[in-house]
Ligand binder design. Structure first.
Ligand code: C2O
Ligand code: CU
Length: 462
């Protein structure tokens, strides 16, 4: 059993370097009800936890639809606070994007909102609250959204693994307060002391030797970057952030999954009966621990198969020639141990200390948080290159709403198509996309405490 240990060590590192601010503190389907529920998150012997969850389930109910289908879902807010739903990674109609204060009004307690949009792309997506997301996602408001290819790949099973973590108070079973914790927000974010999959700390599977599984990994954690390894299984990466790779790629190294990222793997079980198998995660102390145990039992009639075929491409995955593309640059600044000189916040230029006093720690292109004017106003269909300079000492999982992008590689080639990319400290990163989806789109760090304390901006596509 995974012990419930409180990660104070990780959280407190670097405390002295930062002035401590006050803790400021589917078609016709049934509605998706955001409500409180009590679930046993922690191991037996610890108290149950009160969560906020869709339909009272953690993760929320699986939404599965076919590519090209229309998804209609009514959100019913039975919480005591306003909320909204964002359909992460869906190249969606802007009015349905779920960003409170930008694309819709937050849905008041007792209120409803009808989401209605088409699903242009097949793949592995997820949905989560996008009103006070730092708190609402941490409390459990997220679920998987799977869009099926017209023809499913040849696998024996399709397993969704929604990875997450929870920062619990072992005495009460409740979430450790405060949610807006200045030290976490200014460092690596809210990292849980209990890690799990599909809402369980002991999620397990059984499989047979030679079985071929499609594993859909979704990182729904607030801030944790998962570093993963396969044991007793070997296979291929076939999609990232929902978007198929042109060719399946053999999994040879660790799989790094930043917050909000997804990876689709097709794996063959190589372990024999009784041999260890599963998905391992790297712990802080550099040891590997089973995140999902796979028990191998029985014998499969199947024999070894060859490499899987690539998944069918989604529409509009190509980037045009970028000569003449609009070029944008964005410095990412702030946080503990680096800070920044000053930045604009609510129309005023403030120094770092003043920002910290206001619970703000980060800036994008000199601006703290979302302002009334977009970072960029783009014309529809315009190709864009965006250079990011990470002047902080932390990694950030940068997510663009409404459109996927590709990394521009140093040799001028393009990386795989993604909606969330990890920016490492001091490493230059350039992404490119076509601004082909009109509307107001957020660009933010998916370490949700960073997003809530400055690392959020937006672009406008006319
Ligand atoms: Cu997954 Cu702006 O979010
Ligand atoms: Cu960040």
């Amino acid at each position: 059993m995974r012990a419930l240990t409180i990660g104070r060590r990780a959280v407190c590192a670097g405390l002295a370097s930062l002035p401590l601010a006050r803790p400021s503190l589917a078609a016709g389907a049934a509605p998706l009800i955001a409500r409180k529920a009590t679930v046993q998150l922690a191991p037996d012997g610890y108290p149950a936890s009160e969560v906020w969850a869709y339909d009272g389930q953690l993760p929320g109910p699986l939404i599965r639809a076919r590519q090209g289908a229309r998804l209609t879902r009514r959100l019913q807010n039975d919480l005591e606070v306003p909320t909204s739903v964002h359909w992460h990674g869906i190249r969606i109609d802007n009015a349905m994007d779920g960003v409170a204060g930008l694309t819709q009004d937050p849905v008041a307690p007792g209120g409803r909102f009808d989401y209605d949009f088409t699903l242009p792309d097949a793949g592995t997506y997820w949905y989560h609250a996008h009103t006070s997301s730092m708190e609402q996602v941490a409390r459990g408001l997220s679920g998987p959204l799977i869009v099926e290819e017209p023809e499913a790949p040849d696998v024996d099973r399709d397993e969704i693994l929604m990875l997450g973590d929870w920062l619990l108070d072992p005495e009460s079973g409740g979430f450790m307060e405060p949610m807006a914790h200045p030290m976490m927000m200014s460092h690596g974010g809210r990292i849980g002391n209990l890690v799990g999959v599909n809402g369980r700390h002991d999620y397990a599977l059984t499989a047979q030797k030679h079985e071929r599984l499609r594993l859909r990994l979704i990182n729904s954690a607030n801030a944790r970057i998962f570093v993963l390894r396969l044991q007793g299984m070997s296979g291929w990466t076939v999609a990232l952030d929902g978007m198929p790779l042109t060719q399946p790629e053999v999994v040879e190294t660790e799989i790094v999954l930043a917050p909000a990222q997804r990876v689709d793997l097709i794996v063959d079980v190589t372990a024999g009966e009784g041999a260890p198998a599963g998905l391992l995660m790297l712990r802080d102390d550099d040891s590997w621990e089973a995140l999902v145990d796979v028990t191998i039992s029985g014998r499969s009639a199947r024999t070894v198969r060859g490499a899987p075929a690539a998944l069918p491409a989604n529409p509009k995955m190509d980037l045009p020639d970028l000569d003449g593309a609009r070029t944008l640059t964005m410095a990412m600044e702030g946080g503990a141990m680096a800070g920044m000189e000053s930045a604009m916040f609510e129309g005023e230029r403030l120094g770092f200390r003043e920002l910290v006093e206001r619970g703000q720690f980060w800036s994008l292109a000199g601006q703290v948080g979302r302002s009334g004017t977009p970072f960029a106003s783009l014309s529809r269909g315009e190709p864009v290159r965006l250079s990011l300079t990470n002047r902080t000492v932390f990694p950030h999982a940068m997510h663009l709403h409404g459109m996927h992008f590709r990394e521009v590689l140093p040799d001028g080639g393009f990386g795989p198509m993604r909606d969330t990319i990890l920016s490492l400290p001091q490493e230059p990163l350039e992404i490119a996309f076509v601004a082909d989806n009109p509307g107001k789109w957020l660009f933010h760090c998916h370490m949700l405490g960073h997003a809530a304390s400055g690392m959020t901006t937006w672009i406008d596509v006319a």
